[in-house]
Design a protein around this ligand. Structure first.
Ligand SMILES: Cc1ncc(COP(=O)(O)O)c(C=O)c1O
Length: 427
């Protein structure tokens, strides 16, 4: 099983049989509250009627069409809808099937762009410590998780990392973007000075680092990164696989922070998790650079058998309709203070070292159990599921919350109360 303690799972399986709205039902019929929107993806809630109907209808009309040299309507419609949600100037979309593929696609587009401009020497990338960009070799190389480095070799060469932006002593229990830390973007100047801008293709960051435990960007940090990239002609890629489609109260974090990158990676929420789909939104300047060769030539030597799969595109169109018709991004924005206040009630629960919240996402650091790193986090995951009817995400001893965007105040309270009980049970 992926990213799973397999033997512990077999000992006490957490089997989910069905879902509806904010809830799962396990195989014994018990109803559980989904505190993480699937895996940061079911932003409109589970098994939403219009999405289910769209998938059914599409499956009956066109199961598959080859995306190489052929196309189908829903892929173009969805590309236009996604681009319309992105900041102006980001108006072309390349589809793949996951966040990991989106990241590798963006890195390859950056290299292809450099090549097309006669800048073949610009091959380096800059990522960030604690960054998570999926599991491909490109993604783990620009990502900054020590486990990947320890286990999977050195990955792509020519990668540098910005420092992460977290300092508990200065930021603990901050709601939203911390005031401290914007200066850490200036480390990019140091990397540029070391390697020379003429060797660097692009910088990639998550606007809000999600998987590492919800680290909102310090105030002004992303603007500073953008300015440094502009000064040195570096492309800036936002990995919005988690932050895209409403998690921070906007279609994309780029909008929340008023900073426009050159590419945005997306996945997860684009279909509300119903069918795998990912992609990259690309600035028109990059698209234009890549489309200057002979007309019969393939412009980008890249793609997947299931790029823009018809079922995924149908699900995506229906999900975007739901987000729009139910005003779910605005709703997330309105619920942000309610959510933050509720989650901060866990301050003072046993072993809680820090809580961070932004949009409808929260990270809660627990003090490790003497049994070893991750033991306490895993105990909370198990107690929450088996005893308190709650599904949460755990990475190490950090808990993450990211409920569906249509959660209301009462369910937020229930979520926090159940998590409180699970944390106490694991103390
Ligand atoms: C920021 C970010 N990028 C990429 C990925 C990888 O996405 P996937 O698991 O769909 O490959 C994730 C997954 O959580 C993510 O959070």
């Amino acid at each position: 099983m992926p990213f799973t303690a397999n033997r512990a799972f077999k000992r006490a399986p957490r089997l989910i049989a069905s879902a509806e709205g904010l809830h799962y039902r396990d195989d014994a019929g018990r109803i559980l509250l989904d505190g993480i929107a699937g895996l940061w993806c079911c932003n409109a809630g589970h098994n939403r009627g219009p999405i289910v109907a769209a998938i059914r209808e599409q499956a009956g009309r066109l199961d598959y069409a080859p995306p190489f040299q052929f196309g189908h309507g829903p892929a173009f419609s969805l590309a236009a809808r996604v681009a319309a949600l992105a900041p102006p100037g980001l108006d072309h979309v390349f589809f793949c099937n996951s966040g990991s593929e989106a990241v590798d696609t963006a890195l390859k587009i950056a290299l292809a762009y450099r090549h097309a401009r006669g800048e073949g020497g610009r091959t380096r990338f800059v990522g960030r410590e604690r960054g998570y960009h999926g599991v491909g070799f490109g993604g783990i190389s620009v990502g900054g998780l020590p486990n990947n480095r320890r286990v999977f070799g050195h990955g792509l060469s020519g990668i540098d990392h910005l420092p992460h932006t977290y300092d508990r002593a200065r930021q603990a229990f901050t709601i939203g973007e911390p005031e401290w830390g914007a200066h850490l973007a200036d480390e990019l100047e140091r990397i540029v000075a070391l390697h020379d801008a003429a060797t660097i293709a692009a910088v990639i960051v998550e606007p809000m680092a999600g998987s590492t435990g919800v680290l909102p960007p310090p105030m002004g940090y992303l603007r500073r990164l953008r300015d440094i990239c502009d000064r040195h002609g570096l492309l800036l890629i936002f990995d919005e696989v988690i932050t895209g489609f409403g998690r921070l109260g906007y279609a994309f974090a780029a909008e929340r922070y008023g900073v426009t990158p050159d590419m945005i990676c997306f996945a997860k929420g684009v279909t509300s998790g119903a069918v795998p789909l990912g992609g990259v939104i690309v600035a028109s300047s990059i698209h234009e650079q890549l489309t200057r060769g002979p007309e019969q030539a393939i412009e980008l030597f890249h793609g997947y058998t299931y790029s823009g799969h018809p079922l995924a595109c149908a699900a995506g169109l229906a999900a975007l309709d739901l987000y729009r018709d139910e005003g779910l991004f605005e709703r997330a924005q309105a619920m942000e203070p309610v959510f933050a206040e509720a989650v901060m009630r866990l301050r003072g629960a046993p072993n809680v070292l820090d809580i961070r919240t932004v949009g409808l996402a929260a990270g809660i650091d627990l003090a490790p159990d003497p049994a070893g790193p991750g033991a306490r986090g895993f105990a909370v995951l198990e107690r929450a599921f088996h005893d308190h009817d709650l599904v949460v995400r755990v990475s190490g001893d950090t808990l993450a919350l990211s409920p569906p965007l249509n959660i209301g105040a009462d369910d937020i309270s229930t979520l926090v109360e159940r998590l409180d009980r699970a944390i106490r049970a694991a103390a």
